[in-house]
Design a protein around this ligand. Structure first.
Ligand SMILES: Cc1ncc(COP(=O)(O)O)c(C=O)c1O
Length: 426
C-alpha cells in the first residue's frame, strides 16, 4: 500500500513543532487560504470561530487526496482502493483516540457532530436507563443541542429535566449543582466551554461530584476540543463529544467518545449495514463497538479530513494554542470594554476564546451588520442558547470568538469597528 503524500506543511517546510515556539501566527495564517481575501473592500477579519473554524490547507488537501486517489466504500471491500480507504478511516479513529487520550480506538464513534453525538447517547443510554420520575441534570448555560435531546427523552419517559443555575458572571453555581444530584439523577450532561459566555466549567470537579453518587457524565466538548488539551481518562468522563468543523476539520463529522463497557452495554442507535455481524429474519446479531454505532456508509472523507486537522493541532501543540488564544481573549476583553456603554455578557474567572457583549441602544444585529461592512465577521443572536439569553434578560448578544489564526491587529480592527458603531448610533 502506498503511503499518502504529506501536505506541504508537513513535508517541504520546517515542521510546525519547530516554528511554533512563541506562536508564529503569521506562519499559521499562511496555512489557511480563506483568510487571504477582502470582504467589502477590507481585509477579512474572521471572528466567528465558535460557529465554525476555517480549514488549513492540510485538511483541504487530505480530502482532495481521498477523492482523487482512493475514494471507495470501506470495511467490506477486498480490492485495493477499499482496503486503502479502510486503513485511512481506521487510522483517523486512532488519531482521534490519542487526541482525546482515550484508552482504546473502539471508544471513538464517528458521528455527524456534537448534536448527533448527544442525541445518540440520549436515545441509547438514556432510553435504557431513564424511567418515569427519573431526572437528567444539565446546566443553565447549555447549547440547545445539549438541552433538546434530553427534553425529548424526558417527555417520552415522563422523566424530569433539572437545570443547575449560573451566577451573574456566567459561572455554574457548584453548590446548587451538587444539591440537584439526587438518587433519581440518571445522567449529567454539561458543556466543557460555553459557546455563549466563554465560561470554562470545572469539569473534573463536576465529574467527581456525580461519580460519588454513581451518576455518569456526558461532557459537550464542542467549544473545548479546538481550544485546549482534553484527556478523557484523567477527567474520567463517561462520554465526551466534539464537532470536526469547529476543530479546523470538515463539516459533517464529529466524535462521540464513550467508555467501552458503557458503549458495549448500550443498544444500537440506528439499524442498517455495517452495524451488524449477521442478519436473519429471526435474529440480528450486532457488530462490535464502535461499528455497532456507525450504521450505513459513513462519511469517509470526514474522518480523513479530521485526522489532518488533529495532526495540524498536535503539531502546533494544544497548550500553546490555549495560551495564545487566552492572550487574544485578554486583549479583546480590554479593547471591547473600553468602548463606551458596552457590557460584557460572561465574565467568569475561567474563560476561553469567546467574547459576548451588548451595547446600550444598539441591537446586536446592527453591530454585526456595521462590522461586516468593515470586513469583520462576528455572530449576533441567541447563539443556540436561548436560556442563557433569558438568564441575562436579553434576546441576543454580539459574539466575537477567536481561533489560532487571529491576531492582535484583528482585535484592534474590531475595536475600531465598534467605535464606528458607537459613532453611528451615538
Ligand atoms: C457548546 C456547543 N455544543 C454543541 C454545539 C452543536 O454543534 P454541532 O452543530 O456541530 O453539532 C455547539 C455549536 O455551536 C456548541 O457551541
Amino acid at each position: 500500500m502506498t503511503t499518502l503524500a504529506r501536505s506541504p506543511l508537513q513535508s517541504g517546510r520546517a515542521p510546525l513543532r519547530e516554528i511554533a515556539s512563541g506562536f508564529d501566527v503569521e506562519r499559521v495564517r499562511a496555512d489557511f487560504p480563506i483568510l487571504h481575501q477582502q470582504a467589502h473592500g477590507h481585509p477579512l477579519v474572521y471572528l466567528d470561530n465558535a460557529a465554525t473554524s476555517q480549514k488549513p490547507k492540510a485538511v483541504i488537501e487530505a480530502i482532495v487526496r481521498y477523492y482523487e486517489c482512493y475514494n471507495s466504500n470501506i470495511h467490506r471491500g477486498v480490492h485495493y482502493l477499499s482496503e486503502r480507504a479502510t486503513v485511512e478511516y481506521e487510522a483517523s479513529r486512532k488519531t482521534v483516540q490519542s487526541f482525546l487520550h482515550a484508552a482504546r480506538p473502539a471508544e471513538i464513534i464517528f458521528v455527524r457532530g456534537t448534536t448527533e453525538a448527544i442525541n445518540l447517547v440520549a436515545q441509547t443510554y438514556g432510553r435504557l436507563h431513564v424511567g418515569a420520575g427519573d431526572e437528567v441534570l444539565i446546566t443553565a448555560m447549555e447549547h440547545h443541542s445539549n438541552i433538546v435531546p434530553w427534553q425529548l427523552l424526558c417527555e417520552e419517559k415522563r422523566a424530569k429535566l433539572r437545570v443547575a443555575p449560573i451566577n451573574d458572571a456566567g459561572e455554574l453555581i457548584l453548590d446548587e449543582f451538587e444539591k440537584l444530584l439526587s438518587p433519581r439523577t440518571k445522567i449529567v450532561a454539561v458543556a466543557h466551554v460555553s459557546n455563549a459566555l466563554g465560561t470554562v466549567n470545572p469539569i473534573a470537579t463536576i465529574i467527581k461530584m456525580a461519580h460519588a453518587r454513581n451518576i455518569p457524565v456526558l461532557v459537550d466538548g464542542a467549544q473545548a476540543a479546538p481550544r485546549m488539551s482534553v484527556n478523557v481518562q484523567e477527567l474520567d468522563c463517561d462520554f465526551y463529544t466534539f464537532s470536526g468543523h469547529k476543530t479546523y476539520g470538515p463539516t459533517g463529522i464529529g466524535v462521540l467518545y464513550g467508555k467501552l463497557p458503557l458503549l458495549e452495554s448500550m443498544p444500537p442507535y440506528q439499524g442498517g449495514g455495517e452495524m451488524i455481524s449477521s442478519v436473519s429474519f429471526e435474529k440480528t446479531v450486532y457488530n462490535k463497538v464502535p461499528h455497532k454505532f456507525e450504521a450505513g456508509t459513513p462519511d469517509i472523507s470526514g474522518p480523513i479530513g479530521l485526522r489532518a486537522a488533529v495532526e495540524y493541532l498536535n503539531a502546533l501543540g494544544m497548550d500553546k494554542i490555549a495560551r495564545y488564544e487566552h492572550e487574544l481573549l485578554t486583549n479583546a476583553t480590554e479593547v471591547v470594554s473600553a468602548i463606551p456603554r458596552v457590557r460584557l455578557i460572561g465574565t467568569a474567572k475561567e474563560k476561553a476564546g469567546v467574547l459576548s457583549f451588548v451595547m446600550d441602544g444598539v441591537h446586536p444585529h446592527d453591530i454585526g451588520t456595521i462590522l461586516d461592512q468593515e470586513g469583520i465577521a462576528i455572530r449576533t443572536g441567541h447563539h443556540c442558547a436561548q436560556p442563557v439569553m433569558t438568564r441575562f434578560g436579553l434576546d441576543a448578544t454580539a459574539r466575537a470568538s477567536f481561533g489560532l489564526y487571529n491576531t492582535k491587529e484583528e482585535i484592534d480592527a474590531l475595536g475600531r469597528g465598534l467605535q464606528k458603531v458607537r459613532e453611528v448610533f451615538g
